[in-house]
Design a binder for this molecule. Structure first.
Ligand code: ADP
Ligand code: MG
Length: 732
């Protein structure tokens, strides 16, 4: 099943004697190749006629459908560009609900009946494909007779060329839908949610300035990707890492992250070579990666780009995860994207920094320098907080997965309780407004004065709270509870939908106050005040890891849902159904189908983990323990035969006993686990099955692990069959 432990370590030692020699592209000017593999503006200008270029640009910026004629012209220019760059194939690139990306390659070259070859990407082939992805999860949206899924071009995300070895493929970002147009992917709901939010945000912008040039509002996303790197040979010596992406057993290393010597420390040479190589690949694809550093866990790192429009940012993150995997292999490393590869050290998250920006270049969550503008900031700020409070369960559900369950609430990552951190100054501003500590009549003048002080806050970024799942950080909200493997579309779709809905509500409430005779400013401030009062329970500045917070949160009525099967139910609550229906982000049918896929994903992950653990224990751990125990037994017998006193071999006898105790516990739990798994698998309802895996199978996995890790401590290093934590984390 896997390489033996010692041969893996030997492989590394030998390999490290060879020189890793990778071309250092960093010394070259990034500007000379940034985006060279993207069908960007520059490429479009060169390969499309002036008219086509302009029509395409207008259609994209207005979010309109493209005419068939236009598709034909774009396809031909795009193909010429790709072939000039050495591409031989093209692929519709999409994001099925499995969480990663999918592509099906077709050659540009078509063989004609007369034996001749034509090279063509037709307008139809660009616009739509039928990849027959009938094996992708569709959650009952596709009954067998209409099992086909269709991919349709999304011109708002630019096409790009993927280089794999010597091969080059033109990738066309697409959405993945059923024949009836129902979403089978993450992208379509995301695009719809952005449109919904835009429409609502524009209405609110108009409240502030009816004559402004603001005609578009887009969502911006800046993700921060955390990950671990381990040596490939060691990775291959761990069946659990190979099959599940995390270690299912493994005793803590005596030295872990206690010394904090890895965090922001100097980057080891080989890792540095990987990072440079990865960044070059990212830059070629126009992914604006910017920062890289060590993270808290030994062997843990982070990469973050400049923020971008949400659709493109999501694509870039999905691409990055693929690139990471590929580039790591080049360096004989493996990238671990799992939320919790190692027990006892920090897991990996993917902070989603979210904001809204207008076509005039204004960030709606940036406190401006003029108080008048700050009232607009305050509106978007408070509306977002209110939306989060109102829809905390749905937001929690958007980041729920089997792997993220190890992180949320595990005393290092944000808790599973959703609260919002806004910092000392803004807390004071909100308190003053809600408690009416204002001297003038309608409070407007006072609030304006208060708000004029906000810009100072931006300069002072010191009071950040790392324990909060949702924090305001100067000019954006940071969603910290997202896990490292998540497709950002999932939390982004929920954010856009809930804030969009809240903005519509805001607009309505203000209008009715105006109708009742209030001045516009007073009406706006009045609704802001109501919102602050209504969402006060969700605001929390303290330590989110503490037990006191759990108690306090319960008193405040905030939900705490630590496991995925329970968390996911928020997707199909009446409230969510109504929200997604109203926003047109997902129909009830789509919602249930997506829910079903997520529940199924959960079950499958736990099923694979539990089976893998069973195999490792029976095939690796127990045989090794028995071998060592035999050696001890022979030793005891020999000493006895030599006539030595009992106390001379007592230690060995104790060891033999301890090993036996742990082995019999393990054997018993494995039988129980297998039994529970069988029972779960026979259940009719997916929800019941997920709950059985969560509440019956998973606890047994934890019990097995305790005894396996004790054996790791007892059994001779020489016999231990799998690579240990210290080796995985510290050999680079
Ligand atoms: P930290 O690690 O302290 O949270 P970083 O500087 O690593 O902060 O990350 C900040 C992230 O926020 C970056 O990805 C950046 O692009 C993103 N960001 C900054 N401004 C915005 C914005 N207006 N909208 C969305 N994301 C933003
Ligand atoms: Mg962050």
């Amino acid at each position: 099943m896997s390489l033996p432990r010692f041969s893996s370590i030997e492989t590394i030692i030998n390999r490290n004697k060879e020189d890793f020699n990778f071309e250092d592209k960093e010394s070259k000017n990034i500007a000379s190749y940034f985006g060279c593999n993207v069908f960007n503006d520059e490429a479009k200008k060169k390969y499309l006629s002036e008219g086509t270029y302009k029509k395409l640009k207008d259609a994209i910026s207005e979010g309109e459908n493209l005419s068939r004629d236009l598709s034909v012209e774009v396809a031909s220019g795009m193909q010429k560009w790709a072939m000039d760059k050495g591409a031989t194939h093209y692929a519709h690139w999409f994001q099925p609900l499995t969480g990663r990306t999918a592509e099906k390659h077709d050659s540009f070259f078509e063989l004609q009946p007369d034996g001749s070859v034509i090279e063509e990407l037709s307008g139809d082939a660009l616009a739509q494909q039928e990849p027959d992805g009938s094996s992708f999860p569709g959650g009952g949206l596709r009954s067998t007779f209409e099992a086909r899924g269709y991919t349709a071009w999304d011109p708002s995300s630019p096409a790009f060329i993927l280089e794999v070895g010597e091969g080059r493929t033109l990738c066309i970002p697409t959405i993945f839908v059923t024949y009836g147009g129902e979403a089978l992917d993450y992208k379509l709901p995301l695009l719809k949610s952005e449109a919904f939010l835009e429409n609502a945000a524009l209405k609110v912008c108009k409240l502030f300035d009816n004559n402004s040039d603001v005609s578009r509002v887009s969502v911006t996303l800046g993700w921060e990707q955390e990950y671990f790197l381990v040596d490939e040979a060691l990775f291959l010596a761990r069946p659990d890492l190979m099959l599940t992406g995390r270690t299912l057993i493994g005793k803590n290393s005596p030295k872990g992250q206690q010394l904090d010597d890895h965090y922001f420390g100097s980057i080891p040479e080989r890792i540095y070579a990987f990072m440079r190589d990865l960044e070059t690949e990212c830059h070629k694809l126009g992914i604006p990666v910017q920062t890289r550093h060590n993270e808290v866990g030994p062997g843990q790192y982070e990469l973050a780009p400049m923020f971008e429009e949400v659709n493109v940012a999501v694509d870039h993150n999905q691409l990055l995860m693929d690139l990471m995997d590929r580039v790591a292999r080049r360096h004989k490393l493996r990238a671990l994207l799992h939320e919790k590869p190692f027990e006892g050290v920090n897991g990996s998250g993917k902070h989603n920094n979210w904001s809204m920006s207008t076509n005039t270049g204004k960030n709606l969550l940036k406190p401006g320098t003029q108080p008048g503008k700050n009232l607009e900031f305050l509106t978007f700020f408070v509306t977002t907080i209110r939306a989060v409070h109102e829809n905390a369960p749905l937001l929690r559900a958007s980041v729920a997965s089997a792997s993220n369950d190890h992180r949320l609430g595990a005393n290092e990552a944000p808790p599973a309780i959703i609260s919002v951190f806004i910092g000392e100054f803004l807390t004071k501003v909100l308190n003053d407004i809600s408690e009416e500590k204002l001297s003038d009549d309608d409070g407007v003048k006072d609030v304006m004065e208060l708000l004029a002080k906000i810009p100072e806050l931006e300069k002072d970024n010191t009071d950040r709270n790392r324990t909060s799942p949702f924090a305001f950080t100067g000019n954006k909200f940071e969603i910290r509870m997202a896990g490292s493997t998540v497709n950002c579309s999932s939390p982004m779709t929920v954010m856009n939908s809930i804030v969009g809905k809240q903005l519509l509500d805001f607009n309505e409430r203000v209008s009715s106050k105006i109708d009742e005779g209030a001045s516009k400013e007073a009406a706006i401030l009045g609704v802001i005040k109501d919102y602050i009062i209504e969402s006060k329970p969700v605001l929390f500045e303290g330590d989110g890891y503490s037990d006191e917070w759990k108690e306090e949160a319960e008193k405040r009525g905030l939900p705490n849902t630590p496991n995925t099967p329970d968390a996911l139910k928020a997707y199909v609550s009446d409230k969510s159904k109504a929200l997604f229906e109203e926003s047109k982000v997902m129909s009830e049918k789509e919602l249930f189908a997506h829910y079903e896929v997520m529940v199924e994903n959960y079950i499958l992950h736990l099923q694979i983990e539990s089976r893998t653990l069973g195999e490792i224990v029976i095939n690796h751990v127990l045989p090794a323990s028995i071998k060592y125990q035999n050696e001890l037994a022979i030793n005891v017998k020999t000493l006895k035969d030599l006539g030595l006193e009992k106390e001379k071999y007592e230690a060995q006898v104790t060891l033999i006993n301890d090993i036996s105790d742990n082995m019999s516990k393990i054997k018993g739990y494995v039988i129980e686990m297998t039994d529970e798994r069988r029972k779960a698998n026979e259940m009719e309802e997916a929800e019941d099955m997920a709950s059985a895996y969560c509440n019956k199978v998973k606890p047994l996995m934890d019990k097995i692990r305790i005894h396996v890790d004790r054996l790791e401590y007892l059994v001779s290093d020489e016999y231990w069959p799998v690579v240990k934590y210290r080796e995985l984390m510290f050999i680079k």
